[in-house]
Design a protein around this ligand. Structure first.
Ligand SMILES: [Zn+2]
Length: 263
């Protein structure tokens, strides 16, 4: 039976080398307006005027994905047009960067004598993420197992390092990563003609460039000691599953040792 939902998406290889969360802040900022749709937050405006059955965006350790689905052919065309313009031709305004990334603002915006505090959508999101016990453990485990690799940094951004990111660096990351040569366009077979037509028009505006290099895991030549401090009070199923994963890893890499310490 044919699925009545038509899905499509754009995916980029995004491989950060620091903890500023640049791919995550970029994921938020490209959805704040583009050349063809310069209005405020076209992505969120489509949420209540489209017949979409799914709309979202994700930043992972080494890729960023913008997927959607709908059952309506016209809606599919509209959404793909908004998505493609958002990722390839975003406005990336400075105010959008301060809103989505980080900024200093008075605790009480109406009182200039109140203390200055860090604010920002991604900054606050990641502050919340780092209060999750298992998230802290999983993040540190991944980062320490693969030193020198893109997996050794926090792609979502560490709140301690997010304020190191500048607007210029954000625009530079977009220029070097959001190019068709570094992208995959995905579309379900039902609407493939619509998707191919839009993507073909888009490709005429770009010239082929060499995709960014992939990162190789350096061969382990000496033992790695991984010391992770985090509260052990909130043990649950996820934590045990992660431990099992680690012990499986030990089988193939006996030179790695893990020490868990209660902070
Ligand atoms: Zn986010």
């Amino acid at each position: 039976m044919r699925d009545s939902h038509s899905a499509a998406g754009v995916q980029f290889r995004t491989t950060p080398l620091d903890n500023t969360g640049v791919p995550h802040i970029l994921e938020h900022t490209v959805l704040c307006g583009s050349e063809k749709y310069p209005c405020r937050d076209p992505f969120f405006k489509m949420l209540n005027r489209s017949l979409s059955t799914f709309m979202n965006a994700f930043t992972a350790s080494d890729f960023t994905l913008y997927p959607f689905s709908t059952q309506n052919p016209k809606d599919f065309h509209n959404l793909l047009s908004v998505y493609l313009d958002a990722v390839f031709f975003p406005c990336l305004r400075e105010l959008d960067f301060w809103q989505e990334g980080w900024r200093l603002e008075h605790d009480n915006p109406k009182d200039p004598n109140s203390p200055l505090v860090f604010k920002g959508v991604v900054f606050n999101e990641m502050k919340g993420a780092f209060t999750d016990n298992e998230r802290v453990f999983a993040q540190h485990l991944q980062n320490r197992l693969l030193p020198g690799h893109t997996y050794s940094v926090v792609s979502g951004g560490d709140p301690v390092n997010i304020p190191d990111l500048t607007w210029e660096q954000l625009k530079q990351f977009h220029a070097t990563h959001y190019h068709p040569s570094n992208a995959r366009d995905i579309a379900s077979d039902v609407r493939i003609r619509i998707a191919l037509k839009l993507v073909k028009q888009l490709l005429q505006l770009f010239t082929i460039c060499t995709p960014l290099g992939t990162y190789q895991c350096l061969p382990q030549t000496s033992p790695i000691l991984i010391l992770i401090f985090f509260p052990l009070a909130l043990l649950n199923l996820t934590f045990f599953l992660l431990l099992m994963f680690f012990f499986l890893y030990l089988e193939i890499s006996p030179s790695t040792r893990l020490i868990l310490s209660e902070s």
